[in-house]
Design a protein around this ligand. Sequence first.
Ligand code: NAP
Length: 260
Amino acid sequence: MKIVIIGGTGRIGSKVTARLRAQGHEVVAAAPATGVDVLTGEGLDAALAGARIVVDLANSPSFEDAAALDFFRTAGRNLLAAEAKAGVSHHLALSVVGTDRLSASGYFRAKQAQEALVRESGIPYTIIHSTQFFEFLPGIIQSAAQGTTIRLSPALVQPIASEDVAEAVARFALQPPTNGIVEIAGPDRDSLSGLAQRFMSRIEDPREVIADVHAPYFGAELATDTLVPANAAWKGSLDFEHWLACSEFAAGYDQLHKLH
Ligand SMILES: NC(=O)c1ccc[n+]([C@@H]2O[C@H](COP(=O)([O-])OP(=O)(O)OC[C@H]3O[C@@H](n4cnc5c(N)ncnc54)[C@H](OP(=O)(O)O)[C@@H]3O)[C@@H](O)[C@H]2O)c1
């Protein structure tokens, strides 16, 4: 079966591509580097010819409000129009747990726009809402850094390893479309500020994490349960310690740290 992975060279996309290829499927990893651009439409029709399933794992290169909205709107319109022409029978998109509760954030308004286009497309779909990837922790910390302090909300998080995300995406892509949202998460809950502190202690980052209920998360204030699944979620198996021990990312980070 032919499956197209939009963003097939990215963090999740490359892992999903490898998993589905290992199962014997014909998989196209579509991205600008492989000649497919969802913003200009370049290479899209050729990539989708004969495809039954499209998995959208692209992300905006910029998280700035207007740029992210423009990316997800333009990409969504171009991609879904090309899928309708090609007769695609399952569109799967990866979004974020809590997207519907995060309208104060420009990035999440862009994800809401992406999801609305999918729902209104008429193409059978599955939207996966994932919690934060462990690999995204440095990005979260960086976004909250002010000099030597990191101000983060103590709201609950239930982070998931990108390997587990890829496993869930590959599984749901091969199942019938749900025409709704399925939630995926890691095995354990922690506070966002506590998890950041734990990670920074492990990599010996001396900066201090301050728990602040008003600290914005990419522009939005969080309630205790904004970022955790509302319903029973598919759960990944890798917890923080296992992820840290076996992730290529963490190993690379550790080595980088030892060099300095
Ligand atoms: N980070 C989190 O914690 C989290 C949590 C839940 C859900 N998500 C969602 O997961 C999705 C994937 O995230 P990720 O971290 O795997 O992303 P990523 O590593 O940044 O990969 C993004 C992919 O999109 C491709 N891309 C960018 N512009 C494109 C264009 N114009 N046309 C075609 N492809 C394009 C990139 O190709 P190039 O590399 O060639 O530019 C790359 O393959 C995102 O939609 C995000 O919202 C993230």
